[in-house]
Design a protein around this ligand. Structure first.
Ligand code: GFP
Length: 824
């Protein structure tokens, strides 16, 4: 009998699956075992094969996974918990094979089953547990933490329904539920031994304890069970497997005992749903969803379960002695979404473990660190005090106390300044008082960081200016990054092979090595190979676009791409207006400045964001006119890519020539798509916004198409912005507006685009579309001209890849490690 029973060497749970894992079993044997276990092993389809194969890969990880936990515990390594409501992981299979160095073995194994790896990969559902940049950043960070051998656990929510699937119906976005768990999730391990209960509602009572101290309890709560599901996060070829722990809400067994006892058994069982609702669906990032009670429930559920988990582990090893706890832990809050962890940690330390306020506060304020991801006012979370009082009454007491103590300090700093107190208070006054979660996060955290240089500067000089005056030492910048494993090595094998040949494989772990490419920008052989790789990627994308959009992209044309959430500040509109301009020029036969190009836009609009949805409709209508005019299509094609997600980006990014990063300056905190494109050798057309600024610094103005107002200029223009002036000044924009206003793109649907037209013409347009159009157009002319010289374009492309080393999330995580987390 070859299969041995692996017994637990620790207090860590052993999943039933892991019990039958043999550390010596080969991938092939493991795969065979999983296939044999299925009901009809002979009639397997690709989905079943994928499932069995993924289980086998997971089995191969289990011994290392277990060893990682044991090693961290024995070494007493400091623990970082990355708390995030979103982890946009995408697919796991290819990434696992790459990081575990199992590609060759896989090829061998699958040969016997006459199935190609790509076939299986296509079966995997994206884990779409995030909206966009923020969630994808969390996923890149997990990869970098594991790859750098850091003891970091991701804590999140196991949503039953991830980000909705986007369908197009007559050019309009239609949302469909994303039931990603329908076919099961082969990567997860349910770990019931880590279950905790999370209290809601009820009320607070106080009493005097034996030592005469006033103590508080939270009573008559409705408890919900948090069940842990662990997902492995393999490091790049380094034996470490970190954990992403996702919580699922379930009803506790003793739910509604009252009702049980009164004989209303079925009613009580039906109520179970209420508990299970908490982790049912991911909230789309949408102003209209703000203030939803269920969202606060999710935030508290994640925060409480994760903190209880950390404290339980601590207590199992150290007893209830918390002297060293702060030295051993950091909680990184990914935006304010999990910031309710602050009062929750205070509550657990005081009410459950009996610590006094001062000790609990010292621990809390030495372990919490907060990352801000946006300056947009509508994205800054505020919760009605009323909602807290009802749902989390004990936490409200604690927040009031934190606020009172902190306002004493403010009053000391700015004596007699009542306005300052009001402006800086965690509680916003008014008919409906609110809790300002960002302020709570700043007050309680030892570190507050922005995600790009400009963003951090705008935080400290604007939004959080007063806090910066009070605690300059808390504030720091950590420019975002993306993982080169997924975003280059895995998604762009053609380029990766070329890099391996030229530079060796070291770049995958140390992306700064790409700078060595600068020595070869005149190397004809490299240039040829570089072009061949790009062409092959473009052919693949063209096939995908044909399949998904029904539009023929010609790989000989320039691929001009903008993929990201649809939002006014990201200015997909500017891009569409430019397409209209090109269309108009071509129809008039003005072809001097035209370089044939295929324009691709993709992204989801939040379901309640009418303007963003209208932009999708406009893109589709314009695309229809462009693609159905045979005079135009030799020069211009335009497609809207439906259901843009992580897997789509893996195909789009390597094939892109021109990357559109065109947000209104000062609005995009960082951007991360911009970095992925740069790494893959796309040139950027962009504004001085977010991390674009740092990308430009690295690659130089000669290799970047810069345009538009600066953040300062946008602010200065605001009070007297006059779009009519800019429209009149630009012949191109005047013509585009006339065409749009004539109803040319909506002949059968009169007036539907009026809100868009009005927004451009409105002096209050915060995105300043009209102001930047002409400068954008000129940058596009420049890009088009450059593309007509393939040799020079390729040199610029190589320089972009060469300069992208700084935007590896390994670099960013190195900075978090040294400057915030203080871990070895
Ligand atoms: C947000 C910000 C981006 C930033 C990411 C990650 O992403 O500028 O790069 O967070 O920090 F807006 P989105 O959710 O907007 O994509």
């Amino acid at each position: 009998e070859r299969k041995v029973k692996v017994t637990s060497t620790s207090d860590e749970p052993v999943s039933p699956a892991s019990l039958i894992c043999d550390p010596c079993e080969t991938l092939g044997a493991c795969f065979e075992r999983h296939i044999d276990k299925s009901l009809a092993p002979k009639e397997r389809d690709d989905q079943e094969l994928f499932y069995a194969f993924a289980l086998s890969v997971k089995d191969q990880m289990l011994p290392k996974w277990r060893a990682t936990r044991q090693q961290d515990r024995e070494a007493g390594n400091k623990r970082v918990a990355y708390l995030s409501l979103e982890f946009l992981m995408g697919r796991a299979l290819s990434n696992a094979l790459l990081n575990l160095d199992m590609n060759q073995e896989t090829e061998q194994v699958l040969k016997d089953y006459a199935v190609a790896l790509e076939q299986l990969e296509e079966q995997e559902h994206d884990a779409g547990l995030g909206n966009g940049g923020l969630g994808r950043l969390a996923a890149c960070f997990l990869d970098s933490c594991a790859s750098q051998d850091l003891n970091v656990t991701g804590y999140g929510i196991r949503y039953e329904y991830g980000m909705f699937a986007q369908k197009l119906w007559d050019g309009y976005q239609v949302e469909r539920p994303d039931r990603w768990l329908r076919d099961g999730n082969p990567w997860e391990v349910r770990v019931p031994s880590h279950n905790v209960t999370v209290p809601f509602f009820g009320h607070t009572e106080s009493y005097i304890d034996r030592d005469g101290k006033r103590q508080y309890t939270w009573v008559e709560t409705q408890d919900v069970l948090a069940v842990a599901y662990d997902m492995p996060v393999p490091g790049y070829r380094n034996e470490r497997i970190n954990t992403l722990r996702l919580w699922k809400s379930e009803a506790t067994d003793d739910f509604d005992l009252e009702e049980f006892n009164q004989g209303d058994y079925t009613e009580a069982v039906a109520r179970k749903n209420l508990a299970e609702q908490i982790t049912m669906v991911l909230y789309p990032n949408d102003a209209s969803e703000n203030g939803k009670e269920l969202r606060l429930r999710q935030q508290y559920f994640l925060s409480s379960a994760s903190l209880q988990d950390l404290l339980n582990t601590w207590v199992s090893q150290h007893g209830a002695d918390f002297t060293d706890f702060a030295r051993q832990h950091v909680m990184q809050l990914n935006d304010t979404h999990p910031s309710v962890a602050i009062p929750e940690l205070m509550r657990l330390l005081m009410d459950k473990y009996g610590l006094g306020w001062d000790q609990a506060w010292t621990i809390t304020s030495q372990t919490m660190a907060y990352t801000n991801h946006t300056l947009l006012p509508e994205a800054l979370e505020r919760w009605p005090v009323r909602m807290f009082a009802h749902m989390l009454p004990r936490l409200l007491d604690i927040i009031y106390e934190i606020n009172a103590r902190y306002l004493d300090m403010v009053a000391h700093h700015w004596p007699g300044d009542g306005d300052k107190l009001r402006a800086m208070s965690i509680i916003e006054e008014g008919d409906e008082p609110h809790i300002r979660m960002a302020y709570l996060a700043i007050v309680a955290s030892f570190s507050v960081n922005g995600v790009a240089g400009l963003h951090t500067q705008l935080l400290t000089s604007g939004l959080f200016k007063d806090f910066y005056a009070l605690w300059p030492e808390k504030f720091n910048n950590k420019t975002n990054g993306v993982t080169p494993r997924r975003w280059l090595a895995q998604s762009n094998p053609a380029l990766a092979q070329l890099l391996n040949k030229r530079l060796g494989e070291g770049w995958v772990k140390d992306l700064s090595r790409l700078s060595a490419l600068n020595a070869f920008t005149d190397d004809k052989e490299l240039i040829k190979a570089w072009q061949a790789a790009k062409q092959s990627n473009k052919r693949q994308l063209a096939a995908l676009v044909k399949q998904e959009c029904g539009v023929s992209f010609d790989p000989k044309m320039m691929f001009d791409v903008q993929v990201k959430r649809i939002h006014e500040y990201k200015r997909q509109l500017l891009n569409i207006l430019h397409v209209i301009h090109l269309y108009h020029l071509i129809q008039q036969g003005k072809l001097t400045d035209i370089t044939p190009r295929c324009v691709l836009i993709g992204g989801k609009a939040a379901p309640g964001y009418a303007m963003a949805k209208l932009l999708i409709k406009l893109a589709n209508n314009v695309a229809h006119m462009v693609n159905s005019d045979p005079l135009v299509t030799p020069y211009l094609r335009f497609a809207f890519y439906p259901n843009y997600n992580v897997s789509a980006m893996e195909r789009i990014c390597p094939a892109t020539d021109l990357s559109e990063q065109i947000s209104t300056a000062g609005k995009e905190a960082s951007g991360t798509g911009n970095m992925k494109f740069m790494m893959n050798g796309a040139l950027t057309i962009g504004t001085l916004d977010g991390a674009n600024i740092e990308m430009l610094e690295e690659v130089g103005e000669d290799n970047f198409f810069l345009f538009g107002l600066t953040a300062d200029e946008v602010e200065a223009l605001k009070p007297h912005y006059d779009p009519q002036h800019f429209i009149a000044k630009s012949q191109a924009l005047s013509e585009v507006m006339s065409l749009l206003e004539s109803g040319h793109f909506n002949l059968l649907e009169p007036g539907i685009f009026d809100p868009i037209i009005d927004s451009i013409r409105c002096p209050k347009d915060p995105w300043m579309i009209a102001a930047d159009f002409e400068s954008y157009r000129l940058a596009q002319v420049q890009a088009a001209k450059s593309y007509r010289d393939p040799h020079h374009w390729t040199q610029m492309s190589i320089r972009n890849t060469a300069a992208s080393g700084r935007f590896s999330s390994d670099v960013t995580i190195g900075q978090y490690r040294d400057e915030i987390w203080g871990i070895a």
